[in-house]
Design a binder for this molecule. Sequence first.
Ligand code: SF4
Length: 429
Amino acid sequence: GRAAARCGFGAVMGSKNLKAIAVRGDKKPEIHDEENLRENIKKSLPAFIHSKDHMLGKVKYVFTGFVEDGRHGINNWRDGELNGFKENLIEEVENHVRSGKPYLCRHCYTGCVESNIIGEKRSTVWEVLAPLGSQCGVIDMHAINKAYELCNRYGIDCISAGGTISFAMEAFEAGIIAKKDTDGLDLRFGKAESMLELLKKISMKEGIGEVLGNGARSAAEHFGGKSPQFAIHGKGLEVPAHEPRSHNFLALAYATDNRGASHCSASNPRSSEEDFADLMKIRFDAKGTGRMVARRQNYTSMLNSLVMCIFSQAGYAQYYTPGDYQGISANNVVEWFRYVTGRDIDLKSFLLAGERIFNLKHLINLKRGITGKDDTLTERLLKEKRGGTSPAAENLPPLETMIEEYYECRGWDKDGKLTKEKLERLGLI
Ligand code: SF4
């Protein structure tokens, strides 16, 4: 299982002593044209995506690709190489392919790279391998899997936990946090036992865990000095396990998403056939990236509203699929939407509805004082090169240039505010 912890959702529930919300009904929602819906879904999805070989093979392609690409942060995003991490990860992935089995969410047609288990548990999960592995300088896969289990048991998010612990490790190495603050824990990078102990302290709000439990940005405010430059985040949310210096569109998506640095809005900017570009070819582009990211954010807003999993979509579930198949596209989803609701909607109006949702959330942010100046990332990701040998080694994302294009295509002014014309076009005034 996994915890619904990202962005503090679990913390809000925990603070209210709320463990779950159960909903029960005795009527089935009506589907306008179920027969054609099922037929169309079957036709749109090639048979190979259901095979065990494909599902497990994806794990290998994707994770090996990620590590070769330099998507994983190293030592709090400070360094470009971590001896032993890649080798251990590849061995772990091979073990996964040998002994894993597909384990999909109920009714899922596609599966994603992490919809597998070994024995009774999920393991080899990217969003823990990087944040609580390489970001903390830890290469011991057993310790990383243990950290995953602890996060799930305690109901905390692996990404934010990793981002906050790696922040603490760098602050410790810089002498900002001392052993007296950590109850004697040696927090240097690579200390797996300390990482596990700190996870427990965070979960139990014990000692330094109470400060770190509020996240890296808040902890940096607490410790002061140079420490804010070690808190790697966007709008207070710790940066997820995909290096923004390795793909410019990732940097833009993290900087502009309403929730902060999230990998779930436009980390893969492909939505429909018209923007099914090869990510490797566009990764360092600036021009066109603003339009593509905005379009994907609009599309993802619709997927969220329809309670559709983003990982079943093009670029996620089918990352590195063989042949020409690109995965489920926005055109498929619009067609299915029509079969379910009977409403005659086209892709343009579908995306317009998503745009309205995205902008409504943006308006809430503006009202709360989160403005254009917050559409950014910690300076390290924009000004310090990653180094090392991956293709990301020398790239710095040109965020300002991309934001200019992004705001223009969103119809926002230079401060990120919606223009009157935009509000009218979206029917919001
Ligand atoms: S693609 Fe989504 S719905 Fe399917 S198994 Fe993965 S997380 Fe679950």
